[in-house]
Ligand binder design. Structure first.
Ligand SMILES: [Zn+2]
Length: 162
């Protein structure tokens, strides 16, 4: 998963990224987590992206990064925003893992800097919802905030092909 301004995803099996004709395989950011939630850029309501992306975490006066920093400093309002986003991410990740029978998710992107703060909520959701899968893991992406860089994806696409 790439959690940045929006939320994207991909599925990898046996070391190969899976593709489909529309190239939208793994669009986890548009998984509905709140059926009556806010309108998403895709036209749906309550997509994960509307509650856990950088755009969703930002306030009128603070960026998502600033909200995460304030949460780390103990601001309770910011901490609640981060916790709620972590729960929603955990809900979407656990649903995805259960559907696919996977046990590992990797989270990177611009909001991944807040992952240590979100991780307890994500793990709690996984523990509650994926008992049938055994132990599931969420790892920070090795590329951190650069995971969403289109140039990296384009370069890999060129090297690996569809
Ligand atoms: Zn959407």
């Amino acid at each position: 998963m790439v959690v940045g301004t929006g939320i994207g995803g991909a599925l990898a099996v046996g070391g190969r990224v899976l593709h489909n004709r529309r190239d939208n395989f793994g669009a986890i950011g548009h998984m509905t987590v709140r059926p009556n939630g806010d309108r998403c850029t895709c036209g749906n309501r309550g997509c994960l992206e509307t509650v856990a992306s950088a755009r969703a975490l930002a306030t009128k006066t603070a960026t998502a990064e600033q909200v995460a920093a304030a949460a780390a400093q103990g601001d309770p309002t910011s901490a609640r925003r981060i916790l709620r986003a972590g729960r929603e991410l955990g809900l979407a990740i656990s649903s995805t893992l259960a559907f696919l029978g996977f046990s590992t998710a990797v989270v990177g992107g611009g909001v991944a800097g807040a992952l240590p703060q979100m991780l307890p909520a994500i793990v709690a959701e996984l523990d509650d919802r994926t008992a049938m899968l055994g132990t599931c893991h969420v790892h920070p992406g090795a590329l951190g905030p650069h995971a969403g860089a289109g140039a990296i994806g384009a370069a890999l696409w060129t090297l690996e092909g569809p």
